[in-house]
Design a protein around this ligand. Sequence first.
Ligand SMILES: *[C@@H]1O[C@H](CO)[C@@H](O)[C@H](O)[C@H]1NC(C)=O
Ligand SMILES: *[C@@H]1O[C@H](CO)[C@@H](O)[C@H](O)[C@H]1NC(C)=O
Ligand SMILES: *[C@@H]1O[C@H](CO)[C@@H](O)[C@H](O)[C@H]1NC(C)=O
Ligand SMILES: *[C@@H]1O[C@H](CO)[C@@H](O)[C@H](O)[C@H]1NC(C)=O
Ligand SMILES: *[C@@H]1O[C@H](CO)[C@@H](O)[C@H](O)[C@H]1NC(C)=O
Ligand SMILES: *[C@@H]1O[C@H](CO)[C@@H](O)[C@H](O)[C@H]1NC(C)=O
Ligand SMILES: *[C@@H]1O[C@H](CO)[C@@H](O)[C@H](O)[C@H]1NC(C)=O
Ligand SMILES: *[C@@H]1O[C@H](CO)[C@@H](O)[C@H](O)[C@H]1NC(C)=O
Ligand SMILES: *[C@@H]1O[C@H](CO)[C@@H](O)[C@H](O)[C@H]1NC(C)=O
Ligand SMILES: *[C@@H]1O[C@H](CO)[C@@H](O)[C@H](O)[C@H]1NC(C)=O
Ligand SMILES: *[C@@H]1O[C@H](CO)[C@@H](O)[C@H](O)[C@H]1NC(C)=O
Ligand SMILES: *[C@@H]1O[C@H](CO)[C@@H](O)[C@H](O)[C@H]1NC(C)=O
Length: 837
Amino acid sequence: MRLFLSTLLLASRLVSAEDGSAAWLRYAPVTQAKNSRLLPAAIIALNSTKSSPVYTAGQELRDGIAGIFSKELNVSTQARRTSSAVIVGTLTAYTNDYGDLEDAEDLEEDGFFLSTEQDQVVIVGHNERGALYGAFEYLSRLAQGDLSPTSFISNPQAPIRWTNEWNNLDGSIERGYAGPSIFFRDGFVLENVTRAAEYARLLASIRINGIIINNVNANATLLTARNIEGLARLADAIRPYGIQLGISLNFASPRDLGGLSSFDPLDPKVDAWWMNITTQIYAKVPDMIGYLVKANSEGQPGPLTYNRTLADGANMFARAVRPYGGVVMFRAFVYDNHISPANWKADRANAQLEFFQHLDGKFDENVVVQIKYGPIDFQVREPASPLFGALHNTSTAIELQVTQEYLGHQCHLVYLAPLWKEILGSDLRADSRSSKVKDIVSGSRFKRPLGGYAGVVNVGTNSTWLGSHLAMSNLYAYGRLAWDASLESEAILQDWTRLTFGLDQEVLDTITDMSMKSWPAYENYSGNLGIQTLTDILYTHFGPNPASQDNNGWGQWTRADKASIGMDRTVKNGTGNAGHYPPEVAQIYENIETTPDNLLLWFHHVPYTQRLKSGKTVIQHFYDAHYEGADTAQAFVRQWESLKSKVDNERWNHIMFRQTFQAGHALVWRDSINQFYHNLSEIPDESKRVGNHPYRIEAEQMSLVGYKLYSVNPFHAASRHTAIVTNSNSSAGIATANITFVSGTYDVAVNYYDIIGGKARYQLEIDNRTIGKWTGNLEDKLGHAPSIYLDGHSATRITFKGVEVRHGETVRITGQPNGMEPAPIDYISFLPPGVVD
Ligand SMILES: *[C@@H]1O[C@H](CO)[C@@H](O)[C@H](O)[C@H]1NC(C)=O
Ligand SMILES: *[C@@H]1O[C@H](CO)[C@@H](O)[C@H](O)[C@H]1NC(C)=O
Ligand SMILES: *[C@@H]1O[C@H](CO)[C@@H](O)[C@H](O)[C@H]1NC(C)=O
Ligand SMILES: *[C@@H]1O[C@H](CO)[C@@H](O)[C@H](O)[C@H]1NC(C)=O
Ligand SMILES: *[C@@H]1O[C@H](CO)[C@@H](O)[C@H](O)[C@H]1NC(C)=O
Ligand SMILES: *[C@@H]1O[C@H](CO)[C@@H](O)[C@H](O)[C@H]1NC(C)=O
Ligand SMILES: *[C@@H]1O[C@H](CO)[C@@H](O)[C@H](O)[C@H]1NC(C)=O
Ligand SMILES: *[C@@H]1O[C@H](CO)[C@@H](O)[C@H](O)[C@H]1NC(C)=O
Ligand SMILES: *[C@@H]1O[C@H](CO)[C@@H](O)[C@H](O)[C@H]1NC(C)=O
Ligand SMILES: *[C@@H]1O[C@H](CO)[C@@H](O)[C@H](O)[C@H]1NC(C)=O
Ligand SMILES: *[C@@H]1O[C@H](CO)[C@@H](O)[C@H](O)[C@H]1NC(C)=O
Ligand SMILES: *[C@@H]1O[C@H](CO)[C@@H](O)[C@H](O)[C@H]1NC(C)=O
């Protein structure tokens, strides 16, 4: 029987200063001191070397037990017999001191054994980091109020469990939404590595064992002597957490940094240069985990420049790191970004197989091909990449994105574990046998020595790490799934929630409900039926802009025209991509009848009037899903509001602000996408919502002084395509209208644009009552990639609730421009109770 403290004892107490830096390692109190009799009386950590993860485990156990139970324990690094202690060490150290431990016989690399029997706790790792993982597991149970006796072994499913951090040397982060780098500034590794060590602690607790610290679009100056010293400093800081450092390389470094005339991987001088630099790095970072290489992709140099194969390129690095046990992660994200949309058979999704399939078996044993989960690029819905099923003699890893590049920049709640699980659970039926992606990347399906997970995280200096408290469930889930891909998304989420917010049942239920609905909701209001995230692919990847997908060389096409939509990836008439899957799966995708609705437009080009299995037409599904998804986002606000007394103010306010933003931006998405396809197809919405907004007063129809009309581009990012901006960048504008709605209580919402480069001020009045004032300063508050235009990225909403309004009164908005922000306004909505539009 499991004994949950929470049911016996006082509920968790809220701790102060909840700025997010402690993430899920808060060690908040869950019980009263009198129950600490269930706890061990001492900690014995069987290693006295301070850089040892076993030593770290001792310190962590002390801090954790002090935080959770207010019980101060001493940590000894000397083995001794005692009736009440937590003993942590490697299997070797433990058996030397305490004799054989039969229960731990099946431990594998990085695995741990945990046994708790009241106040006798044994934590044994196969290696040092395994022991630390076991300590974190024990603490996680305590922090969740679970003191039930247990005894089990946990081994990882995959050896490679790394993060990728797309940090540039200047301190910026590509696709990072939480402030500047914790590793670099001004071209060099930071002197202060405290934050890097804190990050390593978080990662160790979810059993991550490597960090690639710099951007895959790598800069050769990372390899200067000064920066190599810096790498050593970072590696030293993260080593006590059992985490190894790795780096991304620029393929042209021998030329750009080394001064050679070439970077041809088969040129002996080039080979020698890499050997030399690798030796230099290992002299300073003896446990460097290896290299990550993005070559011949999106303008990056690579072996194809010299007519060498990608394997020639990868193997050059593999030779250099092999003597040190290093691994080369070689990205499969190789494609031509100048393909012709006029060619019906052209398909970026085909690039991976075309570039890599013929190289199967040609990579050295310490090379791992790192494959994005889908064939295109971290979209809200993709099938698993066919490359997973095609490489049988090559080790592979799956690349996932914790940072929400295409999924709302951490300004939208999108819990990603369900998306990842869907990919990891996809059965590609290679050789007509069970071939789940998770079993392929673990190495088990094709009996590969290596394999695993690369998660693009992109934490920054923000105290919340990712810019949003709720987004941290994704980082937590990433680590948990990389260890054990069979875990349930909801169970992972609930562990995270208890650790992050305490044991209150209502908090748990509410965050669970919001998070589990969040990916379907985002899919509903961004891109449905496998059409991809319909964001602006040519700019910030944040707000809606479906037209940006098509008619360019990037190949993220939707092929939408007046009558039809979707990529024809069939073999019989399209790009042939469906045929890149093993036959059983290829057959499913080839046939429109067997293709699941949620991938219909990924594989097939169909009329808008095509019937789905649900019975709806494609276009009506678009309309409905966008309304339903946006409604779900409105509900998140009410759900979060209900937790006000149960979550500390600091985090409650932060999250409330973001959920409110999401609710407003979900409407921007909804209306943009619906307007776009309504305009294109001219097919009306059966429910008559699209294009029909009876509660709105369009800014362009108000009486304007100091304001002028502005045609928004893309047109669908404005209600009725038009907004207003001030005439000049210095003088205020005033927009006025008579209220013709019946007298009553309304929520008054103003849709406006908040661009970077200025902080316009606004005032909303009804007759001479001031309803609200605000400033266009979201760029300081949201951390997402900003926009300099009036578009789907900058469009946003502010709402004033419960406003008394009389028929015949005058509504007035005064906008004071600032910098280059001309106080832009789209419309005002007067929303009766229960209506959001
Ligand atoms: C103690 O830790 C050091 C540093 O990690 C390591 O080299 C050594 O082997 C460890 N000793 C034991 C007994 O585990
Ligand atoms: C912990 O260590 C301190 C200092 O060495 C000692 O005074 C104290 O008695 C120890 N406490 C326990 C519970 O062993
Ligand atoms: C590489 O880093 C150096 C030094 O910080 C910088 O001057 C250079 O602009 C960077 N190159 C690129 C392509 O970012
Ligand atoms: C190093 O960084 C940490 C965490 O950001 C900070 O608390 C500390 O003050 C810094 N130390 C120095 C010497 O600047
Ligand atoms: C690397 O090259 C430099 C310059 O040619 C040389 O001084 C150094 O000894 C070489 N280092 C190694 C490890 O080969
Ligand atoms: C690569 O091969 C192509 C065709 O075989 C040839 O035209 C081209 O000159 C070669 N390029 C180099 C750099 O060797
Ligand atoms: C792949 O491995 C299988 C089994 O080990 C072997 O029969 C086959 O020849 C290999 N193929 C290549 C291309 O190396
Ligand atoms: C974190 O980012 C938020 C905006 O998302 C900002 O308001 C806050 O000041 C930042 N905090 C730190 C410590 O950088
Ligand atoms: C077959 O492909 C052509 C383009 O080559 C396209 O116009 C046509 O609609 C496709 N037919 C079917 C049945 O999908
Ligand atoms: C998403 O849209 C579908 C189809 O309209 C609907 O069944 C589902 O409830 C929606 N889910 C969410 C979370 O919005
Ligand atoms: C409001 O109504 C009054 C009286 O009908 C009219 O004179 C005025 O022009 C209207 N104002 C606006 C902004 O439409
Ligand atoms: C405007 O405000 C004054 C007091 O400041 C008040 O007497 C008057 O009734 C208000 N007018 C309207 C139309 O609300």
